[in-house]
Each structure stands twice: as structure tokens, then as C-alpha cells.
Design a protein around this ligand. Sequence first.
Ligand SMILES: C[S@@+](CC[C@H](N)C(=O)[O-])C[C@H]1O[C@@H](n2cnc3c(N)ncnc32)[C@H](O)[C@@H]1O
Length: 403
Amino acid sequence: MHDTRFQRLTERLAEGAPLWRCLPFQEPEPAWCSRWPGLAEALLALDDDTLARLQADPLAGSALADSPLAAWLPVAALAELVALPDLSRHVTLPEAWAEGIAERKRRQLEAFVPQVPASPDEAPVDLVEWCAGKGHLARALAQRHGVEVTALEWDPALCAAGSVLAQGQSAAVRFWVQDVMAEEAGRWLHAGSRAVALHACGDLHRRLLTLAAEAGSEVVLAPCCYQRTADERYRPLSARGRDLAAAAGLTLDRDALTLAVQETVTAPRGVQRHRERASAWRLGFDRLQRRVRGVDAYLPVPSLAYGRMPARFSEFCRWAAAQKGLALPEGVDWAGLEAEGWRRHREVARLELVRHLYRRPLEVWLALDRLAFLEEAGYAVELGTFCARSLTPRNLLLRARKR
Ligand SMILES: C[S@@+](CC[C@H](N)C(=O)[O-])C[C@H]1O[C@@H](n2cnc3c(N)ncnc32)[C@H](O)[C@@H]1O
């Protein structure tokens, strides 16, 4: 069943590539606008509420019924392909275990912990948390299952802080300062281990899967941040993924991997407003630099950390121009240019809905590649969601056990 899904998704992503690859932020008129002027028109006419709903989840059931994209794009087919089994189960962790854990993280743990089975007494497994941070997951598992858990983390400060937390709660967690990319990292995994990883990024969870498959270790993984990888172009893990991608002409670069995990709505309102202003100002500057240079092309400007944004639009433009060695003319109509930036921002947000439609399909495709890799290594694998997207959009779970 997953193979058919993998195959169809590959085809859909390959045929949709000209749509999801377009960056309306950089190209005022994406190439697809001339092919489907009606689609661009319909999107540009959307009110703010519909925009927000579609940005949040363009493939959610509630968005499907009256999706303005459906007349042009395969919305229902994509929604069907990304609909995975709901594996969610929830436990409430005792208050005393939650010390030092942010509320949201705690609720994610409450959803993840029941995904990790307790091992029967007659066949105990070694639990290993991969890239553990302070080992919140390891601690919860140690206490819930009454076993010792090994926590691997390369940052000695996190290991030390995690050990203090574990000792304070009498939780049997042993931390090891371990770079999981190092040669010897495989020594922690064997046929009797169960490796768990909640939100381990790109290369870190790739490494886990490769080493686990070599060793025959069980895996319970919620993958994250596929774009955090040393490779410029995505190399499918599975032979099946490589074959399907090659046959369909599907290639994924870092932008595609970033799109797979791009979210627009989970940030607090203040941060969201800051982002919107940053986007409008950058687009305002984009107009200005095209005029000043006499070149109708996007010019990337470095990002600014939160709180470093100048107070006025004109100051931002002067800063950006200095970064690019551009001399600005006298008498710029700053108010008019800023208004243009905001107009472009509203336009870009709407045109980007086409890209957003392919966000989840890309993410599910990447998860299916991991599933296929494990199956090829002789595993029985389950793939589903372990919690609602509102708790974490990275809610895909892979659970694999050697056959
Ligand atoms: C996204 S955090 C996830 C932490 C934890 N699993 C959680 O959900 O809170 C990734 C962790 O991986 C650690 N890390 C990054 N690179 C690593 C490496 N090469 N080896 C081991 N740990 C690494 C980071 O220090 C960080 O604690």
C-alpha cells in the first residue's frame, strides 16, 4: 500500500515541480501565472481569513471543500496521498517529571512516549535516545518503563544539565557525550536495542537509520528538518526512492527540503507580525534595488536576527543597500515604496499558496523514502501521525522492527 502511495506521490511531485519550485518572493510573476491566469486571479482575490486557513493546512478537510486551487490543481488527489494512519495515543506525564520542560514540548512527549513500547521482562531491550538534548524523552521513558535509558548527545553542557535533571527525579538515564556522526557511534546500537529520536534533524536521523539498519536495532523516529544536511542535492536513502525519482525526473534541492518543513502559523502573533513587516520591507527594498541597478532581478539580502530590524523602512533600505554596495539616490519616496512592499507582501502570500500545497506531499515523500529504506533492510515498518499538527507540524512517526 505504501509503495503505491510512494509511486503516485513521486509522479505528482514531479509533475508539480514547476509549481512548487517557483518562488513568488523572488519572481513577481511566477511562470505558472501565464499558464493559469485564472488561478493567479483567484488567489489574489482571497480574503485574509481564507488565506490564513489555506496557509495553515492547504490539504485539511475543511480547506478542501471550497479550495480555490482545486479547479486547477490536484488538491483532492494530494490530500488522499498524504492521509496517513492516526497512531496517536496520549498519556499524561506526572507533574514532577515535567520539570524544566516547556509546555508544548511536554505535550509532544506525552504523545511520543506511548509510541515506544515497554519491553517484556523475558526480552528486555536497551533503550537509546539519539540526539537527546537534556534527555527529556529518555527521562520520561526511564520512569514510565522502569528501565535504564542511554542518552546520546554531543553537547557536554546539555549532558550535564540532563544528568542533574535525571538525578533530581531518580530517573535511570545515563548520558554519553557522543557525536552521532562519528565513526564509532554505531557501537550503541545492536539487535537488542530500541533507538528513539524525537525531532532529530536531517543528517542526524539519516545516520541513525543507516546505523540501526546495519545493527538490526529497532527504531522509533519522528524525523525533522530534512534540509539540515551536508548534501546539496537530496540522495534518496532507499533504492526504491532512487529508482522512482530517476524514472519520474524528480530531484530535490535544499529549497525543496526546506519547503517540506516550512510552517507559517505556529509562531506567536508578535513574531508573526515581525516576520510580515520584514517580508514587506524586503519586498519594498527589492523594488528599489531593481530600479537603482537597472536590473530586473532579485538580489538576496542577508537575514537579520529578531530584534535587529531597524525601526524605519528607510533605515532598513540603507542598511540593505550598504550590504550590497549600492548607492541610493536622493529623494526616494519612502512612504510610497513601503506601501508597494506591503502590497507585494499580500500578493506573495497568496501566490505562495501554490507552493504550500506541496509542503506535506514533500514531507510524506521523504518519510516514505525512509520507510522504503528500512523495508529494504528487512524491517517491518509503520508510518503514521503521532499527534495533531497543532501540537507539532512534524508529527510523522516511523516505527520499525527487524522482521
Ligand atoms: C532538535 S534537538 C532535539 C533534542 C531532543 N530530542 C528534543 O526533542 O528536545 C537536536 C539535538 O541534537 C544535538 N546534536 C546535534 N548534532 C549532534 C551530533 N552530531 N551528535 C549528537 N548530538 C547532536 C543537539 O545538540 C540537540 O540537542
